[in-house]
Design a protein around this ligand. Structure first.
Ligand SMILES: Nc1ncnc2c1ncn2[C@@H]1O[C@H](COP(=O)(O)OP(=O)(O)OP(=O)(O)O)[C@@H](O)[C@H]1O
Length: 584
């Protein structure tokens, strides 16, 4: 909470305003009870009553009239401040939750790809959604309730103290008990709620993953198994909640017993004091009412505590997410545009997390404007190499350079802004085909989008669709075939007019004829940009200026297609297998 207070300074004034409004509201809320006492006092003591002496009015009727008038004013003030306080607290809660969510999301976007790959998506989603909502509830309901309870104690305490020190002592007797109980419960509840939050993250993680993999689940008739697995996570969530509820629910009866003691003392001792003439009847009635007002809200303390603990656990998770370090931070160097597109890897060694090296001693140069291919067996490290060029990861040793500058020194706009990338598994956003192509360069004209589609050999199939470029494609482009999606992704990359085009199996799902068409337009586009292609199908890359053959993370050989075939090494063997000249 302290961290929130420090991070979000701009909300402080609104917070203070909300506190002031709630305070006025609480004062106005207590006054009518004082007025009851004053009314009793008027009826019993007439001209000598407190109100009569205060206002200098003798008639009981007139005194009661004054009380009624004051009552009306107080009620109006109470209603207005109630409204204003609610709007302010809610505005604060909404504003803060919005800021936190957007900030946390933005931070998550900047976390390196490795972080995303090792953390279940659902868990991040749970933090961005549920945890932020939980915090909103704490600010919206919890904090005002805590404040109201505290104000209650202070204001009612003041009235009691003015009336009788003895009674104050008895009426307030339960409060230390309640506070002590709260502290004990809070300590017990904290780990329970942390468990609830973890359980909900696991549950959404499983749900998210299963929905993404629904086709696989169906294909393996794993529906029952998956239902049981989700049920397992749901059970863990339920049990975590039940444990927390059991503890927090035990709190209310404890508070009730404490209240009973306080109330009985005020009722009895106050009554006896009134009978003995030590306490005015009006004051006695006020005190009895006030004890109720003081003590009953204490039963809600448990609920508020509940909210507070949940809110705290959630806040810890959100702030934890915000504190995740960005391990691949942007540099600040800016490249002159247009970039030339010279890509070089010098003595690069790379791997993932704590795992072994997957690339060793890579020295590779792609001169500006050339098309180079990277081939090799599956798992040889081709995609890992491309990831270094895009700087999704940093190498463990060595350097990756673009136009002679270490990519670690470049700002994202210079580095990724000058690259066009088509990933192995294409991701299309929910939107039209035109939107998806234009994603490569927001603000591109319709003509430019169409030209890019033509260059990716996608124009014909798009125009044959009933809605053409306005065809809606789902989040994963589910309404399109694999080859169609690849071509849209290619158009999206080409529209950027990139200095370096990075293609990871970008045409693996299209037929030979379409691939030939794409090759042709890439050759034309390639005149302007450097192209780095990863492909299994060697016919895709045979015209490349240079082909690098990776074997178990090392460069085994390099050269043109003709050179490599003549060399009769690894590439030649692969080529023979693929062209059917050799039987593997
Ligand atoms: N995100 C990752 N985290 C950890 N290890 C990874 C990750 N991606 C790849 N690897 C490992 O790195 C090695 C090289 O994988 P990479 O994907 O670069 O190979 P590839 O040549 O592109 O294979 P393919 O042709 O099958 O796409 C493999 O042993 C793989 O297990």
């Amino acid at each position: 909470m302290r961290e929130l207070w420090q991070r979000y300074r701009r909300y402080r004034s609104r917070f203070v305003l909300a506190v002031v409004l709630s305070t006025i509201n609480k004062v106005a809320d207590i006054v009518p009870e004082l007025l009851i006492g004053a009314a009793v006092d008027v009826v019993v003591r007439g001209a000598d009553s407190f109100v009569g002496e205060l206002l200098g009015v003798e008639s009981r009727h007139a005194q009661l009239g004054w009380l009624a008038a004051i009552n009306v004013v107080v009620w109006i003030v109470e209603s207005l401040t109630e409204y204003a306080a609610a709007v302010t607290w809610r505005g604060l809660a909404q504003g803060l939750q919005h800021d936190l969510r957007v900030q946390a999301y933005d931070h998550v976007q900047h976390l390196d790809l490795g972080w995303h790959e090792t953390r279940p998506q659902g868990s991040t989603l749970a933090t961005l959604n549920d945890d932020v909502n939980q915090l909103e509830r704490l600010l919206d309901v919890g904090i005002p309730a805590i404040l109201q309870t505290a104000l209650n104690v202070v204001l009612v305490g003041a009235v009691f103290a003015a009336a009788s020190w003895e009674l104050t002592l008895y009426a307030f007797l339960p409060i230390p008990l309640v506070v002590l109980g709260s502290l004990v419960f809070q300590r017990r509840l904290e780990p329970l709620y942390a468990r609830v939050r973890d359980a909900v993250a696991d549950l959404s993680g499983a749900l998210g993953a299963n929905l993404s993999g629904i086709a696989t689940i169906k294909a393996f008739t794993a529906e029952d198994r998956e239902r049981d697995r989700v049920a397992g996570f749901s059970t863990a969530y339920r049990e975590a909640n039940v444990a927390a509820i059991r503890s927090s629910a035990a709190f209310v009866p404890l508070v009730r017993m404490a209240i009973l003691a306080g109330f009985t003392c005020t009722l009895l001792l106050g009554g006896w004091a009134t009978l003995n003439g030590d306490l005015e009847l009006g004051l006695y009635s006020v005190l009895v009412f006030m004890t109720q007002r003081l003590l009953w809200p204490m039963t809600a303390v448990a609920e508020v505590l509940d909210l507070y603990q949940r809110g705290r656990a959630s806040t810890a998770r959100i702030l934890g997410l915000l504190d995740e370090p960005v391990t691949v931070p942007a540099g600040s160097a800016v490249l002159a545009r247009p970039v030339r597109g010279r890509v070089e890897l010098r003595g690069v060694r790379a791997g993932y997390a704590d795992g072994p090296d997957v690339l060793h001693d890579i020295d590779l140069l792609v001169p500006a404007g050339q098309t180079h291919a990277i081939v090799g067996a599956t798992g040889a490290g081709k995609s890992s190499l491309l990831r270094l060029v895009l700087r999704f990861d940093d190498p463990r040793a060595g350097q990756v350079l673009l136009d002679g500058t270490d990519v670690r020194d470049l700002d994202w706009d210079s580095l990724r802004g000058s690259m066009g990338y088509v990933a192995q598994d294409v991701f299309l956003f929910s939107g039209t085909i035109a939107d998806n192509i234009a994603y490569g360069r927001p603000g591109a004209s319709t003509e430019e989008v169409r030209a890019a589609a033509a260059a990716a050999a996608a124009a014909a199939f798009i125009e044959a669709l009933p809605a053409g470029y306005d065809t809606w494609v789902g989040e994963r482009g589910v309404t399109l075939s694999g080859g169609q999606r690849q071509r849209i992704a290619l158009a999206r990359a080409l529209l950027r007019d990139p200095g370096v085009l990075v293609l990871d199996e970008a045409t693996s799902a299209v037929d030979n004829e379409t691939e030939a068409a794409i090759q042709e337009s890439l050759r034309r586009a390639g005149e302007r940009c450097t192209t780095i292609v990863v492909a299994h199908r060697l016919s895709t890359v045979r015209h490349a200026d240079r082909i690098w053959v990776l074997d178990a993370g090392r460069i085994a050989e390099a050269g043109t297609h003709a050179e490599l075939v003549a060399r009769d090494g690894l590439y030649a063997a692969l080529w023979r297998v693929q062209t059917g000249e050799a039987v593997a």
